[in-house]
Structure formats: C-alpha cells, structure tokens
Design a protein around this ligand. Structure first.
Ligand SMILES: Nc1nc2c(ncn2[C@@H]2O[C@H](COP(=O)(O)OP(=O)(O)O)[C@@H](O)[C@H]2O)c(=O)[nH]1
Ligand SMILES: [Mg+2]
Length: 311
C-alpha cells in the first residue's frame, strides 16, 4: 500500500493506523455484545417451563452446548430442564447453558434447577441473566413460586417478559390475569397480543403491533414449528372460527386495552417496570415464535453490573 509506505517514517501515520484497527475491533466487540441475549425462564412448578424450553430449542434449530461442565457434577440431586431434555431426546447435556443462534442473535438460556424450594443455585443463576421469561399457567394465574422468583429478578431491575401459557385449556379472564400482575407482583403490564377465546374455544391470538390475527392449529405432539395462518381481525374466517359471543367479547377487550391499557414503552421494559405479556400454548407451539421474536428484539444485551448487586 503506497499510502502506508509513504506514511511509514511519520509517527502520526503509525498512530493513525493503530487507531483504525482498535476502532474496528471495538465495533466488532460492540456488535457481538449487542446480539447476545442471556436469560432464564422462571415459573411455578407445572406452569410449563420445561415445555417452553424445549420449544425454544426447536425454534433455535441445532442445539449447541456451551458452558461449564463441572458445575453440573457438583449440583445436588435435582431435576433440571437439561436433565429432562436429556431423557426426552436421548442426548447428553453436560452444561449449564444452552446456546443457540436465532435470527442473528446468540441466545444463551441458563438453566435454573427445578427445586421445589427456592434454592441457592437458582438465585445464583438469576444474578447472571440479563432478562427473564416468566411463564404463568393462565388457568391459575400468579402462583407462590412465581412470586418468589419474580422478586429476585425485580430487585435487579432486569427486563421481565411474561408468557401466559396453556390457553388451550380453560383460562382465566386475560384482563384479570394482567391485573393480577400489578396487584400481586407490583409490575405494570402491556399486552403484546391478545387471546381469541380459551380452552376448547381457543382460536389464536391478535398481534397488537401488526394488527393481525394468528390462527391456532392444534398440532399433535407439537414436534414441529406450528404453521401460522395470519389474517386480519375482520376476516370472515376469524368470525367463522369464533362463536359470536367470544368474537364480541374479544373485540370489546381489545378495544378496552387499546383505550385504557398501558402502552408499550421500551425504556420501561428495559428498566423492569413494565412487563410485555404474550398469550399462547407452549405444548402446541403456539405463540412461542411471537414471544421469542419480540423477546430478542426488546430484551437487553449484557451490561455492566455493580458489585453490591451481586452480593
Ligand atoms: N394443555 C397444555 N398443557 C401444557 C402446556 N404447556 C405445558 N403443558 C403441560 O403441563 C405439564 C407441566 O409442564 P412442564 O413444562 O413440565 O412444567 P414445569 O414444571 O414448569 O417445567 C406437562 O404435562 C405439560 O405437558 C400447554 O400449553 N397446554
Ligand atoms: Mg420443569
């Protein structure tokens, strides 16, 4: 490169080229940091944490394993999601982190061992995550263990995303479920999508940002990504699929949350003061992709932590 040769005897030329290298290295490092998402799933036992973990892996494609091997050996006898996945899939996961690439993101899902009692291990994991997905059984609402785990996360101010699960079963009123988040957990919530019916009447969700209905198709075993049929709320197909009463109720509810519900506010989500809420059914793969896409878009990359926070 003639220009570099020409500059060679000049010390400022050297400084300049060195500066260029370090700027580009910094840009790469920043990009790498920005595309990382390290999180855990929390829930009361049986709400559907393991099922959701497996579905996220399904969407994440090839399972790549990372992390410490020894940590697992030292764990007391307990069931973790990883152990359940090992049994189910006949694979061996000697790790505390499941890592996968999805849509340009490098996703690290940390396992929280499934103790009945609140444990030191779980606490340790929760101090390492940058965000959390909280799974709630929509038939039951906020349960005891959810509350305890939530409190640990809320204390750190990490973004908390809520998945209202099991909509294919009789569920509580979605507005009541959201009110409960504020009443019991003290966090404001913002519905990202809205369920069309529940139980045997569950037909899908209405995506508020896109103003589109994602129709629910039951898939046996839920081994594959669910095909999604996307359409508008006014589509005769949607009216046809919902009985008149459910359709009217859903329209009314959506109107109500548009008028009176908390709006989406990214800064508040990042501060852990507002939880985006998604409805779906993990075991049926339904609503999982909407959750994952939005979670990756709005949750936080790794950030600096203060020492007191870790104590
Ligand atoms: N009907 C229904 N059952 C579900 C759903 N998600 C999970 N389950 C079932 O609920 C039970 C507990 O789920 P699991 O993922 O093990 O919950 P965890 O204890 O939170 O890890 C299992 O029998 C699951 O098959 C769902 O969306 N609908
Ligand atoms: Mg489990």
């Amino acid at each position: 490169m003639p220009a570099a040769l020409w500059l060679r005897p000049n010390s400022s030329g050297f400084v300049l080229s060195a500066a260029l290298v370090s700027v580009s290295a910094l840009v790469t490092l920043q990009e790498e940091i920005q595309r990382r998402r390290t999180f855990a799933i929390i829930s009361h036992p049986d709400a559907g944490k393991t099922t959701l973990t497996e579905k996220l892996l399904l969407y994440g494609g090839a399972v790549q394993l990372a992390g410490s091997v020894t940590a697992r050996k030292n764990q007391r006898a307990t069931t973790s999601d990883w152990m359940e996945l090992e049994k189910k899939r006949g694979i061996s996961i000697s790790s505390t982190v499941l890592q996968f690439e999805y849509s340009g993101f490098r996703v690290n899902l940390l396992d929280t061992p499934g103790h009945k009692d609140f444990s030191e291990d779980t606490y340790r994991v929760l101090t390492a995550v940058d965000a959390v997905i909280m799974v709630i059984d929509a038939g039951k609402g906020v349960e005891n263990q959810t509350r305890k785990l939530f409190e640990v996360c809320a204390r750190r101010g990490v973004p908390i995303f809520t998945f209202m699960n099991k909509l294919d079963r009789p569920a509580r009123d979605p507005i009541a479920l959201m009110d409960e988040l504020e009443a019991v957990l003290g966090i404001k919530s913002c519905a990202m999508n809205w369920p069309l019916g529940n139980g045997a009447e569950f037909r899908g969700v209405y995506d508020r940002a896109e103003k589109k209905v994602h129709l629910f198709e039951r898939v046996v075993g839920g081994k594959y990504r669910a095909a999604v049929n996307v359409t508008g709320l006014e589509d005769p197909l949607v009216r046809e699929k919902l009985d008149e009463q459910t359709y009217a109720t859903v329209r009314e509810q959506i109107e109500m949350i548009e008028l009176a519900g908390a709006g989406f506010d990214h800064a508040q989500v990042l501060a852990g003061k507002l939880t985006p809420v998604f409805f779906g059914s993990g075991v049926n793969n339904f609503g999982v992709q909407l959750l994952l896409d939005s979670f990756l878009q709005y949750s936080a990359p790794p950030r600096g932590r203060s020492v007191p926070e870790l104590n």
